[in-house]
Design a protein around this ligand. Structure first.
Ligand code: HEC
Length: 163
């Protein structure tokens, strides 16, 4: 009885401490986060924030150098999902764990659009996409391998923001 009460008290205190700590951390990080973003935008001559329209938005420049053509038709449904299923999901899937992932890092799953976006377009481009700057072939490490055209389509889809 006394033990349970003590336990509850400790949990209460710890809970308060954790909340205090994280709100202090947020305050410390937040203004700097904003500064870092503006510094990056300035360094890259990129217009962040409100653009005047789609034409004014600079394309993201990843390792492959791919850009997003205004008439791009590639979406998760028409392209991304099929690409990931065919070439990536035998290792990078949230349904796989332990040795079934064959060494693929846990934070990189491509079985949904949300998970793919979270894992990061930049990483996917750097390992797999082709564009005017480079043809990246680190992934997949096994057959079947995408054709260079498919790698180009991947670069385009990523540069378009993974619609
Ligand atoms: C046979 C299993 C396998 C397949 C298929 C596979 N990967 Fe991987 N992937 C790995 C392993 C193992 C690693 C960790 C070693 C490495 O980074 O080279 C990895 C790492 C990665 C990383 C993280 C690299 C980094 O920057 O740290 C990305 C991104 C990635 N894979 C993307 C893909 C994409 C996209 C595909 C599909 C085209 C794919 N992988 C297919 C096994 C696989």
């Amino acid at each position: 009885m006394a033990l349970a009460e003590a336990g509850a008290k400790i949990r209460r205190i710890l809970g308060v401490e954790v909340r205090r700590y994280s709100s202090a951390a947020m305050k410390a990080i937040h203004p700097w986060g904003g500064l870092v973003v503006s510094a990056l935008c300035a360094a890259l001559f990129v217009a962040c924030g409100d653009g005047d329209g789609p034409e004014e938005q600079p394309p993201p420049v990843f390792s492959s150098g791919s850009t997003c053509p205004p008439d791009s038709t590639l979406t998760w449904e028409s392209f991304g999902q099929g690409f990931m299923e065919t070439y990536c999901m035998s290792c990078h899937s949230s349904s796989l764990s332990g040795s079934a992932r064959k060494g693929a890092p846990v934070e990189h799953d491509y079985d949904t659009l949300e998970a793919s976006r979270e894992a990061g377009a930049e990483h996917i481009d750097r390992t797999t996409a082709a564009g005017p700057a480079r043809v990246n072939r680190r992934m997949p490490p096994v057959y079947p391998e995408p054709s260079e055209d498919e790698r180009r389509m991947l670069g385009e889809w990523l540069a378009c923001g993974m619609p």
